[in-house]
Design a protein. Structure first.
Length: 180
């Protein structure tokens, strides 16, 4: 039976997430999540989504969707933001605690995104995030660059397919290395 991966495009509906110069995190997260999912399906994974359109579900509802789906992994896709434009750039992947396959997956995703050209800000522990705390399966939250960084937006726009491929490769590498 194929490994099932729940992909969660961050925000949605009335919740734009971070915004910058007309860019909305909810839209970019959805585009990237769908691209990552398509690549993972091509690799033979069973992929499901918390949303495929511009709708809002709370983070708690998204965790519930993941849990009820029976997914083996939960991957939430976001764009980061900083208080001041161009203050920071790079990718960061968030996890509930510093252990297990989720940590390896987070490190692998960041490593693959670094190959695309993003600065690797490393893995960060965030036990307060509902999609990481309330999911029953290993979960990661990928911050695919800062939406208010010209450097990251240039990469996101010009290397969108490579960005999606890098996230999918980081996930696939982890699952294969674990022998799943």
């Amino acid at each position: 039976m194929a490994i099932k991966i729940m992909i969660d495009p961050g925000h949605g509906g009335y919740d734009n997430g971070a915004t910058f110069e007309g860019r909305k995190e909810k839209d970019e997260a959805l585009d990237l999540a769908l691209a990552v999912g398509k690549i993972l399906e091509g690799m033979g994974y069973d992929v499901a989504y918390t949303r495929t359109t511009d709708v809002y579900d709370s983070p708690v509802q998204k965790a519930r969707i993941g849990n009820e789906s029976g997914a083996d992994f939960f991957v939430s896709i976001h764009r980061n933001s900083s208080p001041t434009p161009n203050q920071y750039n790079g990718v960061q992947t968030l996890i509930y605690d510093d252990s297990g396959i989720k940590k390896i997956m987070a490190e692998n995703i960041n490593k693959e995104l670094e190959k695309v050209g993003y600065r690797n800000i490393n893995v960060s522990i965030r036990p307060n995030l509902a999609v990481l705390r309330r999911t029953n399966m290993p979960a990661v939250l990928v911050e695919a660059g800062f939406i208010n960084s010209d450097i990251d937006n240039e990469l996101f726009d010009t290397k969108f397919n490579e960005t999606a491929q890098a996230i999918a490769d980081g996930i696939n590498e982890t699952i294969k290395a674990a022998g799943l």
